[in-house]
Design a protein around this ligand. Sequence first.
Ligand code: 5GP
Ligand code: MN
Ligand code: MN
Length: 476
Amino acid sequence: DLSKLEKIDEYTWTVPLKPGEKRAPVVLYGTKELLRSMDDKVLEQITNVAKLPGIVGKAMTMPDAHWGYGFPIGGVAAFDPEEGGIISAGGVGFDISCGIRCLRTDLSLRDLEPYAERLADELYKTIPAGVGEEGEIKLSPKELDRVLEGGAEWAVREGYGVPEDLEYIEEHGRMEGAVPEFVSKEAKKRQKGEMGTLGSGNHYLEVQVVEKVYDQKAAEAFGLWEGQIVVSIHCGSRGLGHQIGTDYLLSLAKAAQRLKIDLPDRELACAPITSPEGHEYIGAMNAGINCALANRQILTHLTRQAFRKIIPGTKVETLYDVSHNTCKREKHVIDGRERFVYIHRKGATRAYGPGHPDIPQRYRNIGQPVLIGGSMGTGSYILVGVDTSEQRALSTASHGAGRALSRRQALKQWSGKEIIQQLAARGIIVRAHSSRGVAEEAPDAYKNVDLVAEATEYAGLANRVALLRPKICVKG
Ligand code: 5GP
Ligand code: MN
Ligand code: MN
């Protein structure tokens, strides 16, 4: 229902303030077509986010937005601690630091093709995935605390990967400010066998081919060329992150009650950044981020092993690793003033434009790589951060295609077996631990990723660099 929306331009929409309504402005990015396919709940949710204490700038949704718990997925909002700004577990998402790691190889599609089936089998065997599946790594409580403090740095220290990987991970692979003591025993227990596992559902490891390059200069900087094989790993902080989310939802809700914060929606449980509960959540969340960074680092190592076993000598380098479920303290100019804010990006990717000091040296003049998932049957995109994104969306862009159908709706429409057969006929090898999971993640359960990537570019959030087509998809 677009009747509540006011058009600013083809790619920018707002919800006008009602008389007497007190909240931050709301901005939705995307085409009319994308917004029309979005459920009404997104509008309601982002309008509620705009009412939270201490919000600065605009409450925003990305072109891939859809309904989520409290905050929409694809929702972005910044809060100033000096203005009573809050932090919300629902604004980060339950899978803390879920994200995508992209690896580039020196193989072409032609090099891969004779080995594709064997590589698919090897990856399926090597990458622990699926509900309840445990990895080989069993950590003592003490060692797990080191993971939570060290992130991917810990993993490299332990021999999973090479120091060069760290250069191409957000925060150089280690999030500052992690406090393992703020992570519950229960959360740590859940992680015991889950380090280095992919998980299930929407998480995947995909071998892809660069089908089309949009921006030659950026592609060159990222080391990409048409016909090249790359790998994308999408997963997060596993059981630990989910338990942190569950624990702090409760603790933040209690804090909100104690501090008499008027919550527009119960799911938006939150507490001031400067409150004890807010402080604890931030420490725990940062530990969750490190868990996810370590996890993707271990999976990178396992992926290398599988490639080298099947196609000896293959070069597998980290292109970039970016999270899309975080709240980070960043410096931004908002309302004409430079300040440190806590920016929630839930199902949204940081997208720094050229020159930002946090971009790896090799890409700095070009901009930050932005990684967008699509579906196992369509495609995925690599984009690059642009200057305009800072003013438009505090340097943020989309993270995926976004769901068009709920899992339940998808299950009603498709069988996993059929989907796997259809994809096989198109030369896409799927190796899944659950056929139900495949149905839930069927390509048509997602919005058209081409339209999302295009809208992301035209909205001034990030520019397309390359389109990736799936060849092998390993699913939980
Ligand atoms: P989320 O982080 O919101 O759970 O998922 C991110 C995005 O991943 C989704 O919006 C969807 O576009 C994409 N996605 C889900 N399953 C697959 C898959 O099997 N392959 C690829 N390439 N993308 C997927
Ligand atoms: Mn994700
Ligand atoms: Mn996830």
